[in-house]
Design a binder for this molecule. Sequence first.
Ligand code: MN
Length: 456
Amino acid sequence: MKTLFRNAEIVNADGSQCADVLVCGEKIERIAPRIESPEARVVDCDGLLMFPGAIDAHTHFDLDVANTTTADDFRSGGRAALAGGTTTVIDFACPNKGESLQSGLELWKRKAAGCACDYGFHMTIDDWNESIRSELPAMLAQGVSSFKMYLTYPAMMIGDQAVFEALRALKELGAIAGVHCENAGIIDALIAEHKAAGALSPASHPQCRPDLTEAEAVGRLLKMAALADAPVVTVHTTCAAAMSEIQAARARGQKVYVETCPQYLLLEDRYYSLPGFEGARYVCAPPLRKPRDQARLWHAMADGEIQTVNTDHCSFTLAQKELGREDFTRIPGGLPGVETRLELLYTYGVAAGRITKEKMVELLSANNARLYGLWGRKGAIREGFDADLVLYDPKGEHPIRGAAQKANVDYNPYEDFPISGSIRQVWLRGRLSAEDGKILREEGGQYLSRGLPILD
Ligand code: MN
């Protein structure tokens, strides 16, 4: 089965061109100014932008947290991803406490079966011993080449010695770690103070996790990574203070890869003080920051200091957020985002003139593919790559409406945000899988065994 995309404006990280794209089966067979293929069905792309399918390398589907489970599993999450132009997610597999990495990988493969988009997994290291260390090569052999560690959350933290040893072990294997950076001790002290003062509303959430608690942990991580001579990813980076630590590490010659998320680019900490309990819907960690931090992040994206924008999609319904009505520390932390990332980046980045459309593709697709071992299949519109394609109509405007979303959540943090243009079609490995927000293929996704990161 061949499909000929006629006259598309193809947008890649390294440049754009107007051309025809011939897809044969799951792959892009040919790209040329004019292609004739009488047997192919033709898709007229006049006036449309063609992006490579976006990769969201930070989702949490079907995750048990704080006595509840995320509202989105791989079924609703995969549908939301696809509707939003994301053809690949990399979720975080997490072994049950005390169990092997292998059991975590198998558990996540079971959870993800039947996902609408392609998927891979990072592996969470929330325990460190000889047995875990000895499993690392088997993880790589099964296509897991990136790992996650936490410098906060008592249930997840493994301590500096273990972080250092794990960074060294991963470096030796050519793998990489992404690390959640916040200072646990200071946050706990601030929470204790707020609780003692009876300040239990969502407004206390950002006050207990100020930007310097993130910057301190980023700085500490980067010094540990320097001593381990290991590359590292700072995930969900939110603020100017953290960016300063990253600049300092790069000045020392370190390889640091920086991820941020749309919520840190577009939403502000003042939302936590909205009337009633409305602030709860924005509770996530690290918290939303200030407009000056947003400005710093936008500039850092434009000038190449930030490599990827992923979502940290970790959704809870308003009823689940109610668990923290009397105590903000019990509000399950996380926001939905996988469905809206591309159109938000297009609108507030590209259409607003903050980043080029090529930079958007670099942040959403190309750099994730390179960093997470998918380059050669994903991340670009190139001959031989998977035909994961998004056709975007830049004309028109529409508001984001939670009522229309595929995610299994009863609110959207970007409700009523105007969006420039719209996603017309999403193709997953050569198959039309979503069109105008409608999912056409429910279970078309497959597990991606990933290679080693390309670190440059
Ligand atoms: Mn996360």
